[in-house]
Design a protein around this ligand. Sequence first.
Ligand code: SAH
Length: 212
Amino acid sequence: MLDNLLHKGRRKKLVETIKNKGISDERVLDAIGKIPRHLFMESFLDKVAYEDRAQPIASGQTISQPYTVAFQTQLLEIERGDKVLEIGTGSGYQTAVLIELGTKVYSIERQRNLYEQTRVFLPKLGYSANLFWGDGYKGKSMYAPFDKILITAGAPFLPPELLTQLKIGGILVAPIGENEQVMYSVKRTGEDSFEQKECGYFRFVPLLEGVK
Ligand code: SAH
């Protein structure tokens, strides 16, 4: 698993690119600058791995665009030690970004083969997360409440079960919509009260119900 000077150079440029697009959280930029993104995808994508674009991974899914990963992470207002629930593990790249920020990550993936692949891969890079094969719509009540919840697939609506698993004072970030999604940042302000902000348009693969 090689991370050579070319990769490092391209990664540095990628950090500049997303900084110029408006990402200002230095911790997020540092994480992107540190993680060997090319290793999260197949080797034929090596040359394009540091372009600011989504790329295909197994099972018809995608590793999100670096800008989008950084944008969602920034919205989460991460603090060291946060307990974070991620829906849509995919390649594990976003998981690695969260771990770099000092969080404890619980991540759910509905596609069995992606789950198996990432479960073996992340520890090889030294990342330790709690990964689950399951339906993210249900969350993980056993480990709730979470300080932060992040959905990395386009959800048709805010999954109610996830809102109940958010700590009071916690933040949930989710792209909501069918073909195109509006990024929502939702803060739980009380037992039954939430404050939401709309943060622009994005495109994600869909959040599907059930497991595969
Ligand atoms: N965070 C990932 C992005 C992967 S794309 C990365 O950095 O690579 C979104 C992922 O969400 C896909 O892997 C898809 O299989 C998964 N997904 C879709 N619906 C889901 C659900 N209901 N529960 C869990 N994962 C789901």
